[in-house]
Design a protein around this ligand. Sequence first.
Ligand SMILES: C[S@@+](CC[C@H](N)C(=O)[O-])C[C@H]1O[C@@H](n2cnc3c(N)ncnc32)[C@H](O)[C@@H]1O
Length: 232
Amino acid sequence: MSDRDYRGLGDIIVTARPFDEYVAMFDLTEADLLAGPVLDCPAGASGFAGGARALGADVTAVDPEYADPHDDLMRRARRDTEAGNRYVRENAHAYAAWTFFRDEDDHLARRMGALDVFDADRRAHPDRYVAGALPNLPFDDGAFRLVVSSHLMFVYPDHFGYADHLRYAQELARVATHEVRMFPLVDTTTVRWPDLPRLMDDLAASGVACEVRRVGYEFIKNGDEMLVLRPG
Ligand SMILES: C[S@@+](CC[C@H](N)C(=O)[O-])C[C@H]1O[C@@H](n2cnc3c(N)ncnc32)[C@H](O)[C@@H]1O
């Protein structure tokens, strides 16, 4: 628990973001997706893997919730998607611009659409949805060219401390050969994670180069940057 008086979303929810939201958050090109194996960690109930696979990508999704029966996870993800949408409606001041989503109804509809993509892709490719958790992912060193990681680290300061963030980032870098992209760098109260400079210094000292890159997507206020790690 951080010492800041945090009043955000609270529990870690299982969200369902559509493929095109991932593309915007991580500034992804088709070349990024097709250049080699891609890992989404944590993938939650997102439609990213399904969308990327449809383009021809070799993509794996990992999340601790995949240990549960699929129908239970679908029920939870539906409930959590509704909770996330309620949070957006009740905290309008925290949301910057309705450029990606048209409005709150569009937000809910597209997240629910992502859930359907997740459901169909996981049923068709169950082996590509792997149960696992940071900081001990069940993959070999350098198993993926690109790793994308959204809405876990930096977003839940009441769940993870500095040491967790460092171990999680090092673990993501361990399984990547080219890049790890992490988004966003703010929590659900729009505050940028205060230990980011220290994390970047510690990662650099362990041989992982880091860079903050602005992206052309902002939904939660101040959430228009990703952290890019380049494993040594
Ligand atoms: C807010 S969701 C993000 C899912 C997806 N990346 C997205 O943006 O929609 C957070 C996810 O983190 C997963 N999670 C919680 N603790 C984790 C851990 N230690 N390692 C990996 N994933 C974890 C949860 O199960 C949940 O699905």
